[in-house]
Write a protein that binds this ligand. Structure first.
Ligand SMILES: [Zn+2]
Length: 637
């Protein structure tokens, strides 16, 4: 690890906790380490290859050579995918010193820098002869959205240790945005939030306050009908009601969550307690009533949007991968602001069950939508085909709208920065991964720990102190909300700790061992009865993982629709599966599927095997379900 790398996507000027970056937290293996290796060795190149092949990188070359608009390829916001790839490459270069990632970043930066206009404007869709004028389509044009990702990529570059050309490009673009959209300029917002996040972080990086002020303007301007009343309504892009007056996240899920994350950044920098409190209340409402068991958000395919409270149908779950990533970004910011473990709890749930579900084990195909029930086995996509549909039934190599793969890539490359923090008292571990953590406390003392674990396949987490200054400090460990009955073993003393933050405050010595034993027995989970679409069903969870039934584990010819489980009986672990007692039911076809009896059915007793949801569809086409109808007592209410 390089000592000079800051390596943090988010560096708040205030709040409860100070994040540690990829220069201080090295993931060394295990569940997340494996994914970082695949991301580095396959996904980043895969994304880059597709964007070359489809001409999305070529759009910048065409701009340089005066071949636009005739040679423009892809949807209106493909520039943003190139920026997200650059962000991934920047973190990867900083994290692993990857020469491959470094070369990709530098090449792309050179092409892009060469097409920036003298006033800082940079976009491949607007402003040239034959193209629509700049900012003539704020509803759908995505210019500000693209800048947001450009700014985040530049911040990643600078915080990975290199302040070069691209950081200057981003500054010029940000200056241009402030000049164009400041007071007295175009007093409107863009249809897709994201610029807010980029501007605040660039302000934090450079100390340039006008970027922060512009982000605050964008946050408060939204909701005042500066965008047109489109067919989906202004709620689609959160322009119907000012953010401060919303009760829950609504509209397009990724838009809503990026906006909320940017608003937290603004609130923290401007010490706007009321705004922070509003976002926390919206988060609480959304988590309590609009979130899938997986942590997934957004239940409507139409408009990729949040449904009303308790509209969470498993088979129609949209749960876009990007919405999961945006939710992790928001939770991380709220954790830093408050220090409250509930935000890390949701981040963990979402990372394991949405973000980790998206990429195939080889890192070369992806889920865009993440439904909790697949009724029809999917068709194996061609490795050469671009999917025009987000709701594909198996992981696809690429999409016409390909926001998700590059979002996964940048998240995995920077994942080390989401594990640990420090505050005045000591070091906090929020997510458990094989890792080496070394940092300085606020008083300058050096501390370090090494975390070793097979989590989430095993609940034992060993933490060895590798560095410590004199005198006491506190080591705080997050106990997940599902982990009642966790044991904490310190210097031979064993004590039970409840969910929340468990702190050890004492003088440590190098070599001290602290162990956590999280209860990993599989457990039945019963939904709130107001979620009508899964009433009478149960799910199984194990540690942070949501499990599912897949048809490949059923007798030949059987479909997951025939499965019933007895939730009154205990679950058993067999190898890497969990087994429940249950039945397989045959229902006779009827001419009309409604009657006084519900139809005739027969059944046979059968064990029901379950696997982690993140692994589903890695063994070929299958039907799958998370929520299973029960014969037992747990869901009878
Ligand atoms: Zn996406």
């Amino acid at each position: 690890m390089s000592a000079i790398i800051d390596g943090r996507p988010v560096v708040p000027g205030g709040g409860s906790l100070r994040p540690l970056g990829i220069g201080e937290v090295e993931i060394t293996g295990g569940f997340w380490g494996d994914r970082q290796v695949v991301n580095s060795s396959a996904t980043i190149a895969h994304c880059h290859d597709w964007m070359e092949r489809l001409g999305w990188v070529g759009n910048f070359r065409a701009a340089k050579e005066g071949r636009l608009p005739q040679d423009r390829n892809g949807v209106v916001f493909t520039d943003s995918d190139v920026y997200k790839l650059m962000e991934a490459a920047a973190w990867e270069s900083g994290r692993s010193d990857s020469k491959d990632a470094e070369a990709r970043f530098v090449d792309l930066a050179q092409i892009i820098a060469s097409v920036q206009e003298s006033d800082g404007y940079l976009n491949t869709v607007f402003g040239r002869p034959g193209q629509p004028g700049r900012y003539t389509d704020l509803e759908w044009g995505h210019e500000l959205y693209c800048y947001g990702h450009m700014l985040q990529a530049a911040v990643a570059r600078a915080r990975s240790g290199t302040t070069d050309l691209f950081v200057e490009v981003a500054r010029r673009a940000a200056d241009h945005v402030c000049e164009t959209f400041g007071r007295g300029g175009i007093e409107r917002v863009g249809g897709h939030p994201e610029i807010e996040l980029g501007l605040v972080e660039l302000a934090r990086l450079t100390g340039e306050e006008r970027y922060l002020n512009q982000a605050a303007l964008f946050v408060d301007r939204r909701g005042h009908h500066t965008l047109a009343d489109i067919h989906r309504g202004r709620s689609y892009f959160q322009d119907d009601v000012p953010l401060r007056r919303q009760e829950a996240f609504t509209g397009h899920a990724v838009r809503a969550l990026y906006l909320a994350a940017g608003a937290v950044d603004v609130a923290v920098e401007t010490e706007d307690e009321a705004l922070l409190e509003t976002i926390i209340e919206q988060w609480e409402h959304t988590v309590a009533r609009r979130t899938y068991l997986t942590g997934g958000m957004g239940s409507h395919h139409d408009g990729e949007r949040f449904g009303d409270d308790f509209v969470l149908p498993p088979d129609r779950a949209y749960s876009e991968t990007c919405a999961g990533i945006a939710s992790v970004m928001l939770s991380w910011r709220l954790l830093l602001a408050t220090g409250e473990s509930r935000f890390a709890d949701l981040a963990e749930r979402t990372l394991y069950n949405v973000v980790a579900t998206s990429p195939a084990p080889d890192g070369r195909s992806f889920f865009y939508a993440n439904p909790l029930h697949q009724r029809v086995p999917g068709a194996v996509p061609s490795p050469d085909a671009v999917s025009n549909r987000a709701s594909s039934s198996l992981r696809e190599p690429w999409f016409a709208v390909s926001c998700c793969p590059t979002n996964v890539a940048r998240t995995f490359a920077s994942l080390g920065a989401y594990l640990a923090t420090v505050d005045r008292e000591g070091l906090q571990l929020h997510q458990y991964a094989n890792s080496r953590i070394t940092t300085s406390l606020d008083d300058g003392r050096r501390v370090g720990v090494e975390v070793t674990t097979a989590y989430p396949n095993d609940g034992r987490i060993s933490i060895r102190v590798t560095e410590t200054g004199d005198g006491p400090w506190s080591l705080t460990l997050r106990i997940p909300e599902w982990a009642a009955g966790t044991w904490l073993i310190d210097q031979g003393t064993r004590r039970s700790v409840g969910p929340g933050n468990a702190s050890l405050e004492r003088s440590f010595a190098v070599g001290d061992q602290i162990e956590l034993e999280l209860p990993m027995a599989p457990r039945w989970t019963v939904p709130d009865p107001r979620i009508d679409s899964i009433r009478g069903c149960v799910a199984v969870e194990q540690g942070p993982l949501v499990l599912c039934v897949e048809s490949v584990d059923l007798p030949e010819g059987r479909d997951v629709g025939s499965v019933r489980v007895d939730s009154g009986q205990a679950l058993e672990v067999k190898g890497d599966m969990v087994v429940a007692n249950g039945r397989l039911v045959d229902v006779d076809d009827q001419r009309w599927p409604y009657s006084d009896s519900g139809g005739v059915s027969t059944s046979i007793d059968s064990p029901v095997h379950m696997v982690p949801y993140y692994r589903w569809a890695t063994r070929g086409p299958a039907t799958m379900r998370v929520w299973i109808p029960t014969d037992g007592s747990a869901a009878d209410r």
